[in-house]
Design a protein around this ligand. Structure first.
Ligand code: MN
Ligand code: MN
Length: 463
């Protein structure tokens, strides 16, 4: 090798497409891991369903509900549910709790259409649901695709009904209609953000009138009658309901090579699932491992199930109190992987990224030192020391990883829960999977990157 090439070999970054360095056996591990991930994507489409899935899996693996005074000892596995919409799992380490915990935080809510409190109406003999979209969406993407309906209704007597309709092959589905191009001359003059407006995201739910009704609103009456027979509800019960319309399609392999997965809600169930899988596989950790799967990230993390609330801090405080330690002492010694997706470079839209500092699919799990927009505003910006520590760990464990920012400077940007955890005096860094078409009803990830996220969380928990 010429001297110049030797020097290049020594000095240049070797971060590249992971496939080139992987054996057939390693690739198969990625593909196999993703089969279970696809199942999770199809059963747990909302935060409540993700919590149900998680708790069932935790219980099967020996996790017990945390109770004050249970004084868990090394190796014990516990969990706490927050209002059915967020969950914390922990495995007690062999080191004392004041040495800090290894925290992984991912979110289980995804962009969607929420029903309003009086959703059902009839117009021109068609029954529809009014919605208020949840999270950052491009509204035009949510028309003319099959939607399913998930959630819970609390009836007047306090009893609750779970709703999940549109997922079973025999179920009906729903949709938001759009204008035919032939008559869209005026609509086409709107800009992309206004192409479909918020109040135009109305979901089609029926069209046949109730036969014996001479009065108006016979189609609405017929739908309410069906809902009454099926769920025992009346119109006012919608007031105390949380019903979420999400894409009805299933997770599928993408590409002739089946290298990717297309699905609703990779953001952020891809990090939730991989962090959960690592937690369940975690064995005799040195530091106590805490994994939080949270709600409300897509609307800014406020509210009592989001990470701006105190529920995580309270859990740590309660756990610390079991050993007579203050919660803040534990937090100050803790480290966190804020597990959320990143924007993968898309060759169709190359201009939004700076090519040396963005994430690519198949280049492994992405470590992001800082997020934020407009001069790093709202970011936690992990210290060089902590980035160095994570870098050494991932390299030592042969995890394939890359680094990347979300977009060019001043192109837009965004952040996630990292800042809220860092604000608790925890060393925090963003780690996650690159996604194509993020926040679209159908997002895409690479199977290699999914598996490397799992490997990264697993390594961190055992560090
Ligand atoms: Mn996210
Ligand atoms: Mn998001």
């Amino acid at each position: 090798m010429p001297e110049k090439n030797k020097l290049k070999e020594k000095l240049f970054s070797k971060k590249t497409n992971a496939v080139l360095d992987m054996s057939a056996e390693e690739l198969k591990k990625c593909d196999d891991f993703c089969e279970n991930y696809k199942t999770f994507l199809d059963i747990a489409k909302t935060e409540r369903e993700a919590v149900d899935y998680t708790v069932e899996l935790l219980q099967k693996n020996g996790f017990k509900e945390f109770k004050i005074g249970m004084k868990p000892s090394a190796g014990d596995k516990i969990y706490r549910i927050n209002r059915g919409k967020a969950v914390i799992a922990a495995i007690i380490g062999s080191e004392p709790i004041e040495k800090g915990v290894r925290l992984c935080a991912a979110h289980i809510d995804s962009p969607r259409l929420d029903l309003k409190q009086f959703p059902l109406y009839e117009s021109s003999e068609i029954a529809l649901f009014k919605t208020h979209y949840y999270g950052g969406i491009k509204k035009y993407q949510w028309t003319a695709i099959p939607l399913s309906l998930h959630g819970v209704i609390i009836k007047a007597d306090g009893s609750s009904v779970k709703v999940n309709i549109g997922e079973d092959e025999s179920d009906p589905v729903f949709c938001v209609t759009d204008l035919l191009p032939h008559l869209a001359t005026e609509q086409m003059k709107r800009n992309l953000a206004q192409g479909i407006k918020g109040e135009e995201l109305n979901i089609l739910v029926g069209s046949r009138p109730f036969k014996d009704n001479e009065e108006s609103e016979a189609v609405k009456l017929n739908i309410l009658n069906i809902l009454n027979e099926k769920y025992g509800i009346v119109e006012d019960d919608f007031i105390s309901a949380e019903l979420e319309a999400v894409p009805a399609f299933k997770a599928k392999d993408i590409g002739f090579d089946r290298s990717m997965i297309g699905s609703y809600g990779h953001d952020d169930r891809v990090c939730a699932y991989t962090a959960l899988a690592a937690t369940v596989d975690c064995n005799a950790p040195l530091h106590t491992v805490v994994t939080v799967l949270t709600d409300k990230e897509e609307t800014g993390s406020d509210g009592n199930t989001g990470l701006c609330s105190a529920y995580l801090k309270y859990f740590i405080a309660d756990l610390a109190a079991e050993y007579g330690i203050a919660g803040h002492t534990v937090l100050s010694a803790s480290e966190c992987l804020s597990a959320d997706v990143n924007a993968a470079f898309d060759p169709t839209f190359p201009d939004v990224n700076e090519k040396n500092n963005c994430s690519y699919i198949n280049h492994g799990v992405c470590v992001t030192k800082y997020t934020g927009a407009r001069g790093k505003s709202g970011t936690s910006d992990a210290s060089a020391e902590f980035v160095g520590k994570v870098r050494r760990l991932l390299d030592k464990e042969n995890v394939i990883w890359q680094t990347g920012e979300l977009g060019k400077v001043d192109m837009g940007g965004g952040g996630t829960v990292a800042a809220y955890i860092a604000n608790l005096d925890v060393d925090t860094i963003d780690v996650g999977v690159p996604v194509l078409s993020m926040h679209a009803p159908y997002e895409v990830v690479s199977k290699i990157d999914v598996y490397m996220a799992y490997r990264a969380f697993y390594a961190f928990m055992h560090d």
